[in-house]
Design a protein around this ligand. Sequence first.
Ligand SMILES: Cc1cc2nc3c(=O)[nH]c(=O)nc-3n(C[C@H](O)[C@H](O)[C@H](O)COP(=O)(O)O)c2cc1C
Length: 170
Amino acid sequence: MHRIGIFYGSSTGNTQHVAKMIGAAWDGESVDVLNVRKADPALLTSFDLIILGTSTWDDGQLQDHWARFIRKLDAAHLEGKKVAIFGLGDQAGFPDQFVNAMAVLDEKARALGAEVLGAWPTEGYTFKKSKAVSNGKFVGLALDQDRQRNLTEERIQRWVAQLKETLGWA
Ligand SMILES: Cc1cc2nc3c(=O)[nH]c(=O)nc-3n(C[C@H](O)[C@H](O)[C@H](O)COP(=O)(O)O)c2cc1C
């Protein structure tokens, strides 16, 4: 059994809800779902896979609690750790900065020497710009509870299956 830590920040509950859905998709593995508002960053290195989840607010910014927690990552020794990212946004309401905050987590994790897994295709979304697109893919799983809630479960199942394959845990 592998240990997976899902660290999320959520202002109105959407990312929290989705974090629990992602946790439930890893059957057979040990999963902790932790809110960054109160999570202990020292726990990060105890996981085989660290999943970081944030919504995007205010012109493409990180969710509020993440804005504080991200500074604590510097001391968390993420070098060599496997990290996957998911992000929530509203592609119709904010088409020029859709899920931008995923890019902030991606840049931070890479700068700290983590290996970021779980890039996700942009097909099926309608937006103009996103800083979270790199080499033609989202840097992690993009989810939209405002416009495409009905697609979330299926996207999560596919993303987790893809991660298991990448990790050799399938
Ligand atoms: C004031 C406001 C600003 C937002 N800014 C963005 C944005 O820049 N980009 C984006 O993709 N979504 C944006 N959103 C949409 C939220 O990210 C989305 O509703 C998300 O599901 C909220 O998740 P949470 O409840 O976990 O914080 C914004 C929503 C509000 C209300």
